[in-house]
Ligand binder design. Structure first.
Ligand SMILES: Nc1nc2c(ncn2[C@@H]2O[C@H](COP(=O)(O)OP(=O)(O)OP(=O)(O)O)[C@@H](O)[C@H]2O)c(=O)[nH]1
Ligand SMILES: [Mg+2]
Length: 268
């Protein structure tokens, strides 16, 4: 049995930074993880790249040879990955042992986890190789300063949940940039009714029914729960890792210590 995190989220939400912080944390505590780059557009890394999609295909070549723009070229590269799952990817994954732990640093194009089947097929492939996979969805705390942005962030995360059908951990990244804790507090574990009344205040009256339907949806999937990530704090990374490990049943027997971090305590 292998273990894997699929790190996704909108462009610039901090995925690659999270991967490198996680790598450093694991290194410091003597735990082995391997970070895989799945972003053909990535240029530099703060972590040692265990497997690199750029060895399979290079974004610049695709743009040049096919005359595509950056997003079209990225989709092409991901389709190439899909076409090569049984050979290139399988060969690369074969280098990892049974209980290895892989972290996949994905590109930020939202279509990859909304409607394009590439990641879904990728996940199926990992499962067929006996990996326990968990989605780690990062959302930038800077975008969650009001209810309308929050709902749109939830909807994007929800579409990834529906597409991928995996255990799912939502993370609010870049907590160090949150100066006013109150701005964010309401959105970590919000009440449906509170969100609804805020949304109704913001939107014109003709949206009342839609607002109710949206909030009900978010409530029903019980996914309105974000774990804050503050990279300045080792305890924050440790807590998040323990949540994810739990989801993928990693180290079930090990005694994971999460005592010294209170997720509510995001200011100090
Ligand atoms: N202050 C602060 N900045 C961060 C944090 N995490 C990432 N950043 C910055 O946010 C920007 C984007 O970070 P990346 O880690 O490259 O984000 P990404 O999600 O991998 O981006 P794409 O791969 O392009 O989608 C960079 O300038 C980072 O330095 C954080 O925790 N705090
Ligand atoms: Mg990145």
């Amino acid at each position: 049995m292998g273990y894997a995190q699929l790190v996704i989220g909108p462009a610039g939400s901090g995925k690659s930074t999270y991967c490198s912080s996680l790598f450093r944390h694991c290194e410091a505590v003597g735990r082995s993880i391997h970070v895989v780059n799945l972003d053909p557009a990535a240029e530099q890394f703060d972590y040692p790249v265990a497997v690199d999609i750029r060895e399979l295909i290079c974004l610049d070549d695709v743009m040049e040879e096919l005359g595509l723009g950056p997003n079209g070229a990225l989709m092409y590269c991901m389709e190439e990955l899909e076409d090569n799952m049984d050979d290139w990817l399988t060969d690369e994954l074969d280098n990892y042992l049974d209980d290895d732990y892989l972290v996949f640093d994905c590109p930020g194009q939202i279509e990859l986890f909304s409607h394009v089947p590439v990641l879904r097929n990728f996940v199926e492939h990992l499962k067929s190789k006996n990996f326990n996979v968990c989605v780690v969805y990062l959302l930038d705390s800077q975008f969650i300063t009001d209810v309308t942005k929050f709902i749109s962030g939830c909807m994007a995360s929800l579409s990834a949940m529906i597409q991928l059908e995996l255990p799912h951990v939502n993370i609010l990244s870049k907590m160090d940039l949150v100066t006013n804790k109150r701005d964010i507090e309401d959105f970590l574990n919000p009440q449906g009714q509170v969100l609804l009344s805020e949304l109704n205040q913001r939107m014109a009256p003709q949206f009342l029914k839609l607002n109710k339907a949206l909030i009900d949806l978010v409530d029903q999937y019980s996914m309105v729960s974000f774990v804050p990530l503050d990279l300045r704090k080792e305890s924050s990374i440790r807590y998040i890792l323990s949540q994810i490990d739990n989801c993928i049943q990693y180290g079930e027997d090990a005694d994971v210590k999460v005592k010294d971090f209170d997720p509510e305590d995001i200011d100090d």
